[in-house]
Write a protein that binds this ligand. Structure first.
Ligand SMILES: C[S@@+](CC[C@H](N)C(=O)[O-])C[C@H]1O[C@@H](n2cnc3c(N)ncnc32)[C@H](O)[C@@H]1O
Length: 224
């Protein structure tokens, strides 16, 4: 939750009492933690058709893999305390697994660009570390192969906007593969949102994992 609040430039008071969607929610503790504070939050992810045991095993393996990769590229993580990172991620995974077992109805299996909700079901929709990041390498993303191209992003953001009554926040906005600049999809996505009744701005993010100077989230608010 702390990482999300930093990434999305939010405080808990922005969320308490609100209907919040986190998509993709991953094997992470944001939904569990903000519900405990009085927020009405649910998550969507394409892995939520799996059992708690499967997600826990995969989550633990992912943390170990991630750690090994980051330790192999220390120049990209100058301020990283790797032991603390491992403890924090494991604690978040364990919180998620406990909530996934206890409050299964908060976790919806789904796959962007389609969401299983009616129009304007949420006050705020958050989306971190999927959009832009999972686009092809040659289009500013991370993936060597994959089909999350600009057309997919238009569909996904329109769908996120469809289910939000008021606000959406997307993180990150930077290109993954070069010196600091915006991802090339940001401009057309912004133009599409503006043409469909949204006002768009950027807010600085405090979340620092990668050593990039371009670190903000896209905030869109519905005008009508
Ligand atoms: C890097 S994780 C990010 C999780 C979380 N948002 C965070 O920032 O910690 C990416 C997540 O996206 C999910 N995912 C990938 N493609 C998806 C899609 N088309 N629709 C929904 N979730 C998807 C994966 O299962 C994974 O849990």
């Amino acid at each position: 939750m702390e990482e999300y609040l930093q990434a999305f430039a939010l405080s808990t008071s922005d969320l308490i009492g609100k209907r919040v969607l986190d998509c993709p929610s991953g094997p992470d503790s944001f939904v569990a933690e903000v519900n405990a504070l009085g927020c009405n939050a649910v998550g969507v992810d394409l892995v939520y058709d799996k059992s708690a045991a499967e997600l826990e095993a995969k989550g633990r393996a992912d943390i170990a893999n991630c750690l090994a990769q980051m330790k192999g590229m220390p120049q990209f993580y100058p301020a990283m305390d790797f032991d603390q990172y491992s403890k924090d991620k494991t604690q978040a995974l364990e919180l998620f697994i406990a909530d996934y077992k206890k409050n299964r109805k908060r976790y919806f299996h789904g796959s962007l660009p389609k969401l299983p909700f009616a129009d304007r079901s949420f006050d705020i929709v958050l989306s971190a570390h999927l959009l832009f990041v999972y686009s092809p390498l040659e289009e500013d993303g991370y993936l060597k192969s994959g089909n999350l191209d600009l057309q997919w992003h238009h569909q996904a953001v329109r769908e996120i906007a469809r289910v939000s009554a008021r606000e959406i926040r997307l993180y990150p906005t930077a290109a993954m593969n070069s010196s600091p600049r915006r991802h090339r999809y940001i401009q057309p996505i912004m133009a599409d949102l503006c043409a469909n009744g949204w006002r768009v701005a950027f807010e600085p993010s405090q979340y620092r994992q990668l050593s990039t100077e371009m670190n903000d989230c896209l905030v869109a608010r519905r005008l009508s």
